[in-house]
Design a protein around this ligand. Structure first.
Ligand SMILES: [Zn+2]
Ligand SMILES: [Zn+2]
Length: 359
């Protein structure tokens, strides 16, 4: 009997011995073919390599002087937003905080986006979407129904980083399948152990990561999804009538989030192929990116700020789909009025019944 020290039992870790054309584990009694052990070691070697997240770094580009003629840069002293827009826009309300003292500043050094998804929902449609959503809100204060107020909504291109890459990954899993059965005297439980190996490539295009701190992440995630197939090369003509916010989270700062998203999506795609087991645990994972590209993109959002009882209520409307996101307050006076009305009717009904019984 020859001991092969290289091989360890995948179930219990004890050394395997070669016996009757098989590798045998004295400790747990399992047998393995040499072929499957070799396959398993190869898988482990592949999955055990180092993960590499290589992005070609984003190269910032400024606007060409010819195309920036009609553009101006505005900044909000209240929240710090840096907004690019039409030169003709004049003083306007900050779409992020509702402050009405935004000031025109220098245009030099403003970065040019690479891509954008153009607005497909115009202001009239966005206002209608907001009004339709408002109808579902109970006891809505009148401020939220004012046409004049709703008309203050601004079309803003919100900065996003989009990440493209090819992801090559290898994963090993340990899995178990438990089966139970019983006869007249005993209940049996059988546990089969499996080693699984998956390797493959997944291509990713336009993984978005929010490039703005001012745009509340929960709002921006709620306003998604966007259809990126509608993205076009940036052209300053798209900014006519709209505002464009400048990113304040750098591409490098967003890389970790993009890495996580790519890695998790790849692992999810792999685990969908493993089949059904009682338990399945990933053991080794290697993920490598190639052709990683980062682009500065803009997504269309209609923004509306409405002040009610000293609090600013923010709404965002997807400029591609018309989806409305925001929290509507309740007008307490209206609610009580409704309560007393209902209570009054109930009282009147009770009084009628009482009269009827007395008569
Ligand atoms: Zn064993
Ligand atoms: Zn502001």
């Amino acid at each position: 009997m020859e001991t092969i020290h290289n091989y360890q039992c995948p179930c219990c870790g004890a050394p395997l011995v070669f016996y009757e054309q098989q590798l045998h584990c004295d400790s747990c009694g399992n047998n393995f073919s040499v072929e499957s052990m070799e396959q398993m070691l190869e898988g482990e070697q592949q999955a055990g390599g180092e993960s590499k997240f290589d992005w070609t770094h984003y190269e910032p580009r400024n606007y060409e002087s010819t195309e920036s003629i009609n553009l101006a840069n505005y900044s909000c002293p209240s929240c710090g937003a840096e907004i690019t827009g039409d030169d003709t826009l004049g003083a306007t309300v900050c779409p992020y905080c509702g402050n009405s003292t935004i000031v025109k500043g220098q245009f030099e050094g403003v970065l040019r986006p690479d891509y954008l998804i153009p607005f497909a929902v115009d202001k009239r449609e966005a206002m209608a979407a907001f009004e339709a959503a408002s109808k579902k809100a109970p006891f809505l204060p009148d401020e939220f129904k004012s046409k004049k107020k709703i008309e203050e909504m601004a079309g803003v291109y919100v900065p996003f980083w989009t990440f493209d890459c090819d992801c090559d990954a290898a994963v090993t899993y340990s899995a178990q399948r438990v089966s139970c059965w019983s006869d007249a005297n005993y209940t049996f439980t059988k546990t089969d152990f499996f080693k699984l190996f998956r390797q493959g490539s997944v291509g990713f295009a336009n993984i978005p990561v929010d490039g703005s701190k001012k745009a509340d992440d929960t709002y921006m995630e709620a306003v998604e999804p966007y259809d990126y197939s509608a993205a076009v090369d940036f052209n300053s003509a798209y900014l006519a009538g709209y505002l464009a916010d400048k990113y304040d989270v750098s591409a490098e700062e967003c890389e970790d989030r993009a890495n996580e998203r790519v890695k998790n999506s790849t692992l999810d795609a792999f685990s969908e192929t493993t089949g059904v087991y009682s338990s399945i645990i990933p053991e080794q994972t290697r993920v490598s990116f190639s052709n990683g590209k980062i682009r500065y993109s803009l997504l269309p959002v209609w923004m509306l700020n409405i002040k009610y009882l000293d609090k600013m209520y923010k709404f965002a409307i997807n400029g591609q789909t018309g989806k409305v996101v925001g929290i509507y307050p309740i007008d307490k006076a209206k609610k009580w009025k409704y309560f007393w009305k209902v209570a009054g009717i109930a009282y009147a009904v009770a009084a009628v019944i009482a009269l009827f019984l007395l008569s």
